[in-house]
Write a protein that binds this ligand. Structure first.
Ligand code: TXA
Ligand code: MG
Length: 319
């Protein structure tokens, strides 16, 4: 059997044996293991080549499991959990003592969410433990939104990739922390700020030190293709500047007309930010495989999911 398959039963068996497998979520694929298995947690860090100071997100099957993971849950956290779980919202809360330090990188807090994917919800239902899962990509590179992306990165390192199709949302979860019960944005993601603010009012954005970000997903270079990438407000003019090179274009809704372009991806002809977000990483994966000299990405409107798309594109450009 191929390592890519859709047997939930096999996934359950492997996870019960302390193995690490890839699982689908509505945001991106994750590298999942039993939070209570030191062996599985150590494997996640080593497969991903992730620094041990970078904590993992705990995935639970429903809001009812939250009190077993987190303590002193603020009122606004409950409002958000009720509004958006299952869904692409991760909350950083004070951890229960039984949550292993290896999962939280020694922090007193734990990141937790209920993923909205029927395959993984059914998997979680059949397990006696939550799953720790970072995105299933080597540290710093583009997150996978299809089982084949995971295979491309980790074919020989995983016993199984549980196939759940293409991830519907396509960008990682939005991460919120709390300070004295008040929410703070740690990472932009698939849940728009406007939607969060509609439930709990204005969100603070953390002002962080680049060398010690609150969530290491906020490191300035992250989610990056191998190909040099630029984010631009003037894409047509910039394409002309690279006339003698192999140029790839990542556009929002309209093709850039220039015969010197080698490869072009248009994310949503109808101008839907949801559609653009869902196809963003797959388009970057395809462009990155074309042996281009440069990828020029068009800047998105700075509202709704456009903010998260710009955030990821910005990080993809850093060297
Ligand atoms: O959509 C997602 O969130 C995906 C899917 C698989 O659920 N997961 C994901 O995990 O993006 P990862 O590990 O690639 O990113 C999680 C981020 C990291 O930047 C990590 O530093 C931060 O969450 N994080 C985890 N626990 C934390 C904590 N206790 N305090 C602050 N940040 C934390
Ligand atoms: Mg990640």
């Amino acid at each position: 059997m191929s390592i890519i398959n859709n047997s939930i039963q096999k996934a359950v068996a492997l996870l019960n044996q302390d193995e690490v497998i890839a699982i689908p979520t509505e945001t991106v694929y994750g590298l999942a293991g039993n939070i209570f298995s030191p062996k599985a947690i150590a494997s996640i860090f080593s497969i991903k080549e992730r620094p041990s100071f970078n904590p993992l997100i705990v995935h639970i099957k429903s809001i009812e499991s939250l009190p077993s993971i987190a303590r002193e849950i603020p009122e606004k956290a409950m409002l958000l959990a009720n509004a958006f779980w299952p869904g692409p919202l991760t909350m950083v809360l004070k951890k229960q003592p039984q949550i292993p330090d290896s999962v939280t990188a020694g922090k007193d807090t734990v990141a937790v969410r209920v993923p909205n994917h029927k395959v993984t919800l059914s998997l979680l239902e059949q397990l006696d433990f939550p799953l720790a899962a970072p995105s299933a990509n080597p540290f710093g590179s583009i997150s996978p939104t299809q089982a084949v992306h995971v295979a491309h990165y980790f074919e020989n390192k995983l016993p199984m990739i549980l196939d759940g199709g293409s991830c519907e949302r396509g960008i990682e979860s939005t991460i919120i922390g709390f300070d004295d019960g008040e929410p703070i944005l740690y990472r932009l993601g698939s849940l728009a700020i406007e939607d969060l603010e509609a439930i709990i009012g204005p969100l603070k954005t953390i002002v962080h030190d680049e060398k010690a970000p609150p969530a290491p997903g906020m490191l300035s270079r992250h989610y990056a293709p191998n190909t040099t990438t630029y984010l631009t407000d003037t894409i047509s003019a910039d394409v002309a500047k690279f006339a003698n090179q192999r140029v790839g274009v990542l556009a929002f809704k309209q093709e850039v007309q220039n015969t010197s372009i080698c490869a072009q991806e248009v994310l949503s002809v109808s101008g839907s930010l949801l559609e653009a977000a869902s196809g963003l990483y797959a388009a970057l994966h395809r462009l990155d495989e074309k042996n281009l000299d440069v990828i020029l990405a068009e800047r998105f409107p700075d509202s709704g999911l456009g903010k998260a798309i710009n955030d990821r594109l910005q990080r993809a450009t850093k060297k």
